[in-house]
Ligand binder design. Structure first.
Ligand SMILES: Nc1ncnc2c1ncn2[C@@H]1O[C@H](COP(=O)(O)OP(=O)(O)O)[C@@H](O)[C@H]1O
Ligand SMILES: [Mg+2]
Length: 620
């Protein structure tokens, strides 16, 4: 048993490597081509976060470059004076003015670079805030159906786990790249003035290092990208091992060994991939450094030759050595920043791609206003298929709900009741068919406007880690009477009175002084939430599954009596509770097979009559 291979679902090891190779094939030129657009996007982001700090960073960095070049040229003056003919004290005195210029340039350069650094570090937190708010602004706005799409999930995971965290460092790296490039440009300018042949030689010392750095970054990204499914799996198993909710079942089913074995299988495979990556990165780095060393040697040989043939004076050669040193410092920083910019830029691109995709998934603006109320809600020939599902969850479903009615959906598990309720609530849009509020086609109305008029007590309602009050008001404040009234109808008032801090009790044990409720108590809170919303259409999707039969009956009686002209849609498996509904729709495999009131359906002697008789005899 212990050695039986584990079925790990979506994770298949050969798939990982195929992915890795495909992505790692991208070459240096691709990277070089990608950098300008990355820099542009990062700068746009920085500008949006703070125009002042972005401008300050750029201007001060450019000034830094100017002072660097100025200092190097002044150095030539110093060396020229020192290497001239004449007594030493005279030469030193002659060098003094240039030396003062060198000193002034150094002081100014340090000052503007410090200013640039300050502006740059001010950008960091501003960019972070901007990107986080953008991400969560979008995730909470996309159509609900996006969450049923695995591709969306993957993209969201990448954007959320790495993309957002990368945004500020992409901006930092971009500025580092620009800073280092300005430093190199300053040196290159000086070298070009001294002797043009020094320029291509400088390039020779640089490119191999650049190649190695980019290649290694590329490998790293490809690996991380390929490891996302594994990371997710590991995270899911980790949740099972470390979270409170499954803790009881992990123990009662003695699942510890099984889960740890699963975790280990994924973690080991991941480790092997990472070790392979470390090896390949080292090889690439060594090759780059060997070539870079060769290039540097060539630069110095060339300098020697230029001196020997008297193509340049000694002072110029001296400055060239200093300039190349300075350029090497900038180059090191440029390489490091480019490396990081490229790697993190890929994650950042994931983030931008996610945002673009999410924006496409936000329903567009619709002009038609939501009617103030309705005489009747009609669904006509509604068909709906979940993304990736083989068969439709609803097929050509037509129903009608009149104002003030209590309507019930009945049917076996998976027959489509919840899906239909979600379409009526504006959470999903039908693939074909329409939903109307009187003459208004809901396709022409913003889904949010519809949702504001509808209250859904969901089958899988959320246990919000908020206070009891917020769990009912959901951030709207309609005053104490509305709150207490809703709680009373749902029977949540007795639950809340028993809590240590009443309505102010936090309903989550992970917080200090937090309290936990039972399933049935949570359901009462969820019902109160639905009532508090005071909507035209109240949808109760099995709100009573965790209540005993007597409590459910009492609750439905209260809902019926407190409906106050509200229209109520009930979904429940306990048919005794729907007996008094004005109309009952029976769903079977996504179709409506029967409808009518209780007596009509009993007379029909179909599925409803079967189920009802079955439950009635069970209770007798
Ligand atoms: N998010 C989803 N993604 C894909 N299929 C789903 C999803 N939710 C439900 N389904 C499928 O749609 C069908 C109807 O489900 P549902 O409306 O929840 O049924 P009911 O509420 O009647 O039990 C089922 O076959 C179910 O497997
Ligand atoms: Mg359901």
């Amino acid at each position: 048993m212990a050695d039986e291979p584990l079925e790990l679902g979506e994770i298949s090891f050969s798939d990982w490597h195929a992915h890795t190779d495909k992505l790692a094939d991208v070459g240096f030129l691709t990277v070089a081509r990608k950098l300008p657009s990355l820099i542009r996007q990062a700068m746009r982001m920085a500008w949006r976060a703070s125009p002042r700090d972005t401008a300050a960073t750029i201007v001060l960095n450019l000034l830094g470059g100017v002072f660097t070049a100025f200092g190097l040229l002044a150095t030539t003056g110093v060396l020229g004076a020192l290497f001239s003919e004449g007594p030493t004290p005279d030469r030193v005195v002659a060098a003094l003015p240039s030396l003062a210029l060198v000193g002034a340039a150094a002081v100014l350069r340090t000052a503007v670079q410090a200013g640039a650094g300050w502006a740059q570090s001010r950008l960091d937190p501003q960019v972070s805030r901007l990107t986080e708010e953008r991400l969560y602004g979008l995730t909470s706005q996309v159509s609900l159906v996006a969450y049923d799409d695995p591709d969306f999930h993957d993209a969201l995971q990448r954007a959320r786990l790495r993309g957002v965290a990368m945004a500020d460092s992409v901006v930092t790296c971009t500025i580092d790249v620009v800073t280092a490039a300005v430093g190199i440009a300053a040196v290159a300018g000086v070298l070009g003035v001294l002797h043009p042949v020094l320029l291509p030689l400088l390039l020779l010392a640089v490119l191999p290092d650049a190649w190695a750095a980019v290649r290694s970054a590329r490998m790293q990204y490809a690996t991380m990208y390929a490891l996302i499914p594994a990371n997710r799996r590991k995270w899911i198993i980790g949740q099972l091992l470390a979270e409170r909710e499954p803790a009881a079942e992990v123990r009662s089913f003695t699942m510890r060994g099984f889960l740890l074995r699963m975790y280990d299988a994924v973690a080991r495979a991941e480790q092997d991939v990472m070790l392979g990556l470390a090896r390949r990165q080292t090889v690439a780095r060594l090759a780059g450094e060997a070539l870079g060393g060769l290039g540097a040697a060539l630069v110095y040989v060339a300098l020697g030759v230029l001196l020997a043939v008297a193509a340049i004076p000694l002072a110029v050669a001296g400055t060239a050595v200093l300039a190349i040193r300075s350029a090497q410092g900038s180059l090191g920083r440029l390489m490091y920043a480019t490396n990081r910019l490229y790697e993190e830029g890929l994650y950042f691109t994931d983030f931008l791609d996610f945002c673009a995709d999410a924006e496409r998934r936000i329903p567009g603006d619709r002009d038609t206003a939501m009617p103030d109320s309705f005489e009747r809600v009609t669904a006509t020939e509604v068909t709906f298929t979940y993304p990736g599902a083989a068969t439709p969850a609803l097929r050509e479903v037509s129903i009608e709900i009149k104002q003030g009615e209590v309507i019930a959906f009945v049917g076996e598990n998976g027959s489509g009741k919840t899906t239909l309720a979600k379409i009526l609530a504006g959470l999903y849009e039908p693939d074909t068919g329409t939903v109307h509020w009187d003459d208004t086609d809901l396709r022409q109305v913003s889904p949010d406007a519809l949702r504001r008029r509808t209250a859904v007590i969901a089958q899988d309602h959320t246990r919000w880690p908020l206070t009891a009050r917020y769990n009912i008001t959901m951030g709207t404040d309609k005053g104490e009477p509305a709150l207490h009234g809703a709680a009373a109808v749902a029977g949540a008032d007795e639950v809340i009175t028993a809590l240590p801090h009443g309505y102010r009790t936090l309903l989550d044990r992970r917080f200090k002084d937090g309290c936990e409720l039972s399933g049935g108590q949570w359901q009462r809170i969820a019902v109160a939430r639905g009532f508090h919303r005071d909507a035209d259409l109240l949808i109760c999707d099995e709100p009573t599954a965790a209540l005993d039969a007597r409590a459910e009956h009492a609750l439905f009686e209260r809902i019926r009596h407190h409906a106050d002209g509200r229209t109520v849609l009930l979904i429940t498996h306990r048919l005794a509770s729907v007996r008094y509904a004005d109309r009952i729709y029976v769903l079977d495999h996504g179709r409506i097979t029967e409808h009518g009131d209780h007596d009509t359906l009993m007379a029909l002697d179909g599925l409803y009559a079967d189920l009802y008789t079955l439950q009635a005899t069970a209770y007798r």
